[in-house]
Design a protein around this ligand. Structure first.
Ligand code: HPA
Length: 270
């Protein structure tokens, strides 16, 4: 698509000899901007077609650089369906990553913990998902590749998840494994909705990630997804839900988040 080409040309004109095979997308409050060195930073608003975040906790820039031996493209901040963006817009950055040559993507988010042993501040490697958004980013006539019915039996790459879990042990950061549900938001769930999600088998709930994962799989990119449990889901804890608390918790865990993703990147295939 022309607009993806325009974005790719814009990025390539600013980053010479770009050949990163690893991409990272950060969620609410996750700040991984200290990870890459020798960086070129391009604000989303300066890239043709790139949607710009409107919520707190999302910075909105593409950062190219090197983490030790690994060349990475970090998308610091994302946009959400609840902001009013279309699914095409929400997944545009993922399409640009693929067009830049990225083969594997680390996707992070903030999520509410549904499982009773999940505490705010914990991390979870996503092993599977339940899409409760009521929409699918692949819907439409314009799919450019000749595959509409994308296999999702191993949406989350088992090898990458294994690497993340082993790495967590090595750096002494406990990682749960679990199933992620996504809803559109922006209102938080009711306690009854959380009981429903629990019954369906979800361990954590977020308002992002799943559309990006579906498009990654459509485009043949491998996915590792890591959630930070920023709060007890509605009705699991006693307090009311507030976005500021989610962002604060994510920020207060950002050192461990960086340490974890840094070690994971070092252990991933290049
Ligand atoms: N629900 C949905 N999305 C979220 C939550 C939650 O409790 N916490 C962080 N993102």
């Amino acid at each position: 698509m022309k607009i993806i080409e325009d974005a790719v040309n814009c990025i390539k004109s600013q980053v010479r000899k770009l050949s990163a095979s690893t991409g990272i997308i950060t969620g609410s409050g996750w700040d991984l901007s200290t990870l890459p060195e020798n960086v070129t930073e391009i604000h989303y608003q300066d890239i043709p077609g790139f949607p710009t975040p409107t919520v707190g906790g999302h910075k909105g820039s593409l950062i190219h650089g090197y983490h030790n031996e690994t060349e990475i493209i970090l998308l610091q901040g994302r946009v959400h369906y609840y902001e009013g963006y279309s699914m095409d817009e929400v997944t545009f950055p993922v399409k640009v990553l693929q067009a830049l040559g990225v083969k594997q993507v680390v996707i992070t988010n903030a999520a509410g913990g549904i499982r009773s042993d999940f505490k705010p501040g914990d991390f979870m490697v996503v092993t599977d998902h339940i899409n409760m958004m009521g929409v699918n980013p692949l819907r439409g006539k314009g799919n450019t590749l000749d595959k509409r019915f994308v296999d999702m039996t191993e949406a989350y790459d088992r090898q990458l998840a294994g690497i993340a879990l082993n790495t967590g042990e090595k750096v002494s950061i406990m990682l749960h494994r679990g199933i992620l549900a996504a809803v559109t938001g922006p209102s938080y769930e009711t306690p009854a909705e959380i009981r429903m999600l629990k019954t369906l088998g979800a361990d954590a709930v977020c308002m992002s990630t799943i559309p990006e994962v579906i498009v990654c799989r459509y485009l043949g990119m491998k996915v590792l997804a890591v959630s930070m449990i920023t709060n007890h889901a509605a009705g699991i804890g006693t307090s009311a839900m507030r976005h500021e608390d989610v962002v604060h918790m994510a920020e207060s865990r950002s050192k461990d988040a960086s340490r974890l993703i840094s070690a994971v990147i070092d252990n991933m295939p290049r």
